[in-house]
Each structure stands twice: as C-alpha cells, then as structure tokens.
Design a protein around this ligand. Structure first.
Ligand SMILES: Cc1cc2nc3c(=O)[nH]c(=O)nc-3n(C[C@H](O)[C@H](O)[C@H](O)COP(=O)(O)O)c2cc1C
Length: 221
C-alpha cells in the first residue's frame, strides 16, 4: 500500500474489535516511534493493552468502544509542539493504516491514566490517538467547498493539485478544516485558523500535502 492509498483509506474509527495487535506489527510501530523521537525530540509513546483511558463513563457510553491501544503525543513545551505532534503523529497513524490498523485522533474524549506514560521535566501531553482493528473501516468526512481551503486553479501544476487533494483528506478536530493553502510558483503557504487543536490539524495537513505533492516539488514558506 502506498502512502497515498493509506491516506484515501484512513477514516476515524471509534469502535474496535477485540483482536490483539500482533507483536511484529507493534514492533514495526515502536521502531517508527523511536526514530521520530530520536530525530525530533518529541516523546511519543505507544501504549498497548490498556483499557482504562477509554473506559465508558465520564464521556458517556459508546462514544468509543473497545480501545485498548493508543499513541500518546507529548513533548517539551515549545511554540511548535502541537504542530509537530500533528505532523509526526499522522506519519505514525498512516504507517499503522499500511499495517492494516485503524485509528482516531483524540483530543478530548479520553482519560489520562497516570503510570501508563511518562513525561520528563518540561514536557506536556498534547493528545492521544486510538489504534486497533476497527469494527468497520470508517467513512469519508465531508469537505468544505474547495475554494475555501485552497487557492486551486485549473491550470495549477499537478503536484499542487495532488497536494491539495491529499490535504482535503486530512483529519481535523471536529472536522473543522480551519486551514488555508496558497501558493506562488513553487512556494506554498499553509495557515491555521482559530479552533480547538487547529495547530495539531496544521501539522497533519502539512504531512498530507507533502505526501501528495512530493517533497521535492515545492518548498514551504
Ligand atoms: C486534533 C484532532 C482531535 C480530535 N479529537 C477527537 C475527539 O476528542 N473525539 C473524537 O471522537 N474524535 C476526535 N477527532 C476526530 C475527528 O472528529 C475526525 O478526524 C474528523 O471528524 C474527520 O473525520 P475523519 O478522521 O474520518 O476523516 C479528532 C481529530 C483531530 C485531528
């Protein structure tokens, strides 16, 4: 499966099967997380077989079901912490998709369980993402009108069209899609509007755009 195929197939999944994630799949994701942490200084952590964070209760019964595995997105407090969590978290979630797993970003509807993850001094847990074998594969989200999200014109180069196409498939908090993409020649600008977790969204959308456009075709402003 290519990254573009993974992007097309990924949808938020909130109900999971009991099926365990095999050790080789876990090991592959652990490797990716370790690499990201080494390269970026983030402190992403995979939590396996831990049902408490998504136990029915505070957030009502049935919002999430059967979540026992999740990715914790944390790192040292900095101006770009949220955007980096979005960018590198989406990289891990798309790898998970390629390994046959489903996922869902979760900013609010989970509980922080002390002892399951660690935070070093100055670090903050930004959000988590559920992982596992979904009961279904989810379904495509609605998009805002294209021209509200990007300055796409018919004669724009293929790389820009492909980048925007992949960006539209990015998950955003409450499907808010508060981003805007513009370009001048091969210089691309992406801005985040106001909204919950909109900086995390920005990182996710940036990752999707790069996957569509190809990193060598353009540069970010
Ligand atoms: C940063 C972020 C935070 C999110 N937080 C939650 C959440 O707390 N609870 C939830 O059920 N879904 C959450 N979602 C999932 C979004 O609702 C979902 O991505 C959006 O509706 C688009 O649907 P899709 O992921 O199927 O494309 C979150 C998504 C993102 C990107």
């Amino acid at each position: 499966m290519t990254i573009q195929e993974a992007i097309r197939e990924r949808h938020s999944v909130r109900r999971y099967q009991e099926k365990m994630i095999p050790s080789e799949v876990r090991a592959a994701l652990e490797n990716s997380v370790e690499e990201v942490n080494r390269e970026t200084g983030l402190h992403l952590q995979l939590i396996w077989e831990e049902p408490k964070a998504f136990k029915p209760g505070v957030f009502g019964y049935g919002f999430f079901h059967g979540v026992r595995n999740y990715l914790v997105l944390a790192g040292k407090e900095s101006e770009d912490l949220e955007e980096k969590c979005g960018y590198y978290g989406e990289k891990i979630l798309l790898e998970a998709q390629m390994l046959g797993l489903n996922s869902c970003w979760v900013g609010l509807t989970y509980r922080k369980i002390p002892g399951t993850y660690t935070l070093d001094e100055g670090e903050r847990l930004v959000l988590v993402a559920a992982l596992g074998y979904g009961q279904t594969a989810g379904s495509p989200h609605r998009n805002k009108p294209l021209l509200q999200l990007a300055d796409l014109k018919e004669n724009d180069p293929a790389w820009y069209q492909d980048g925007v196409r992949m960006a539209l498939l990015a998950p955003t908090a409450v499907n808010q899609q508060k981003f805007h993409i513009e370009h001048k020649g091969d210089e691309v600008t992406i801005t985040a509007g106001n909204g919950p977790f909109s900086k995390v969204d920005l990182g996710i959308v940036r990752y999707h755009f790069e996957a569509g456009a190809g990193k060598g075709s353009f540069h970010w402003k």
